[in-house]
Design a binder for this molecule. Structure first.
Ligand SMILES: NC(=O)c1ccc[n+]([C@@H]2O[C@H](COP(=O)([O-])OP(=O)(O)OC[C@H]3O[C@@H](n4cnc5c(N)ncnc54)[C@H](OP(=O)(O)O)[C@@H]3O)[C@@H](O)[C@H]2O)c1
Length: 216
């Protein structure tokens, strides 16, 4: 399978690249800086340079030739509202349109649990971030592509366990990034799981079983 990752230089993007290439998939993606392109090239990963906040759908579509799936794991992680709007909002819509223009069917988005941190006073910018993420999920879910939205709870960097809780509704807890990447890789290899929103936490079920458990 050929997978194009927007956000490939990020933590989840890097782990997903490792997992997919380990399965024999061919991974490419989008980075913002030429140093990142050069570093990934040393690992035989060929990427294109561009800013998702600037690219048009047509110019991004031109990078997607021969691709089987597009993964969007870029994000602002909160912060300035204009950046959130560009990367977590409009950028996803651009990528969705580019995927359609390129004739690629599969589009997977790493999103966020909308009710994350309800118990905290987050401040206006963080609230804006969660609102944009939710509205972006709505836009993706209205697409006629074979979309998939994965909503991990809080990302942590401790090692993955290979065991998760995955389903349409999960409480907000936490999940190692390694397990997010491994779950995404497994989901990409299960084309029968499409047009679903799945929430993800650390858990007890081996990832392959957790993914199969969401077949319907
Ligand atoms: N933090 C959490 O607890 C949490 C919880 C649930 C879901 N999430 C979601 O999970 C996603 C992945 O998390 P992560 O830890 O992998 O994040 P990360 O390490 O911060 O990676 C973010 C990626 O987005 C890229 N990016 C940002 N702006 C861009 C732009 N304008 N054009 C192109 N690429 C751009 C970054 O590129 P550069 O390398 O150039 O910066 C980087 O590759 C997040 O984006 C967020 O939506 C996060």
């Amino acid at each position: 399978m050929r997978v194009f990752i927007i956000g490939i230089s990020g933590a989840v993007g890097g782990l997903l690249t490792r997992d997919l290439t380990g399965r024999g998939d061919v991974v490419s993606g989008l980075v913002r800086r030429d140093e990142q392109r050069a570093e990934l090239a040393t690992r035989d990963v060929e990427v294109r340079v561009g800013d998702i906040g600037v690219l048009t759908a047509e110019s991004l579509a031109a990078m997607l030739g021969g691709v089987d799936a597009v993964v969007y794991t870029a994000g602002s992680n909160g912060g300035r509202r204009d950046v959130t709007d560009a990367v977590d909002g409009e950028g996803v819509v651009t990528a969705l349109e580019a995927t359609r223009l390129a004739g690629v069917r599969r589009f997977a988005l790493v999103s966020v649990l909308p009710e994350a941190w309800r118990e905290r006073d987050l401040g206006d910018d963080e609230e804006h971030y969660f609102a944009v993420k939710k509205l972006t999920d709505v836009a993706v879910s209205l697409s006629d592509l074979d979309w998939l939205i994965l909503r991990p709870s809080m990302l942590v960097d401790r090692g993955g366990t290979g065991r998760v809780a995955l389903g349409p509704a999960q409480p907000h807890d936490e999940i190692p990034r390694e397990d997010v990447a491994a779950t995404l890789a497994e989901l990409l290899h299960e084309p029968r799981i499409r047009r679903q929103i799945l929430e993800l936490n650390a858990g007890e079920t081996p990832i392959a079983s957790a993914v199969r458990g969401n077949l319907r």
